[in-house]
Design a binder for this molecule. Sequence first.
Ligand code: CS2
Length: 488
Amino acid sequence: MTGLSNATLHTLPPEVITPAYDRKSVSAGIAHIGVGNFHRAHQALYADHLLKRSGQMDWGILGIGIRHGRREEARAEAFRKQDGLFTLTEFAPDDTSTVRAVGSIVHYVSCVGGYEPIIAHLADPAIRIVSLTITEGGYYVDGDGKFQIDDPFIADDLKRDVPESAFGLVTEALRRRRESGAGPFTVLSCDNLQHNGRVAQTAFCGFAEARDASLGAWIRQNVSFPSCMVDRIAPSVTNEDIERLDKASGVADLMPVYSEDFTQWVIEDKFCAGRPEFEAVGVQMTDNVEPYEQVKLRMLNAGHSVLAFSGLMMGYRKVDEAMGDAHIVSLLENFLNDDVTPLLSPPSDVNLSAYAALVLRRFRNHAVGDQLERIASDSFSKLPVFLGQTVRELLGAGRDTHREAFVLACWAECERGRDGKGGSVEISEPTATDEQLALFKDDNLLAVLELPIFEGWETGNHQTFREAFRRYRSDLREKGPAQVIASL
Ligand code: CS2
């Protein structure tokens, strides 16, 4: 197998698509914080397409890693050895695939080498967009839309001379740019959140204001924070996946990624320091992202949660396995078509029944083999975004919520670490405290509904919903998930 680097690009197997541009002539205009699988399978691919176009060579990506740990060390090492190159395999539902060596990440700076160099890179006037994938829970903005300056991680970072959080690094770089006259850059959140631009603005301005009021005011006035909707399923990559992908591509890639063939990116056209020709590579530019976001978060992502919690309870571990279960599929179809669709006001170019059908088709993509535990993880950040509004609106309209009560009952049972068949389930909850996690083991089956993540769902006043949730939890234990799901 051939290793991956600039020097080997021309020797890769002919099936591997290689960058159709001269990487040496590309410079970074976008700095991206959080270069995980999703970024590499989504934004980095759009940038790869852009770089093929004339006049776009200064829109390469500078990757930035800010979270210390073994994973970061390995990533930094792989980026160094491979000159920022990695392979992306895109699988279609009919099992066909394409592999490409993505060349858009032209430089990588890791916190392994300290935080000061990161700030220096961000302060470079060549950088005109700073994009982020720091996870849904990574913004420290509470349910009331306030930045949590008292959170110990943030409070510590506010005291540091050289900050380490995304907020500290970006605001310090902006301070230097204000002083040097380099001017602002756009901050583009690519996390799967409602109003991600507004959330990012709250977080970055909140941090800057707590540090220096005049800098905060300057950022508020000069930096733009567009919202965007991002969509592409990119599973976690295990060591076995690396072996499998490398064997299939014939490239000995240290960090291959894979994804479905579907992709979508809708961006609010609000860039304070220029932007690439996004529309030329299939990005939808708009002045209102919200209706797209609503459809995606409340159908695709919420659909994923429905599948993950009911599927895990039934003993499945992969999305396509769960999609082989007729009861789960009808739960999902009814959830999408009967519960969510009537609540949405989609953009004029989106047909909701076609969208629901597409969601099912995407989930059936066998080759993607997405992990239910990946989707279930970080539910403390995800559930309020994906399901909260739907439950509140259904309850407010006096409509049926038995499917939502069932899915949440499955969630609560999975959080105890066991599926309904006795297998162990591992759901990582980076933002939950031990005390909160202990609630799942409480004898009072309703106790978890008091968690702060349910603020604003209005479940407290709805006896029918609470009773259904309690009953499903006890039935899942006593009768088993197969019988309960068949009776829905
Ligand atoms: C998934 C998403 O983690 C989840 O909850 O639903 O990661 C999903 O795969 C992406 O948002 C697809 O765009």
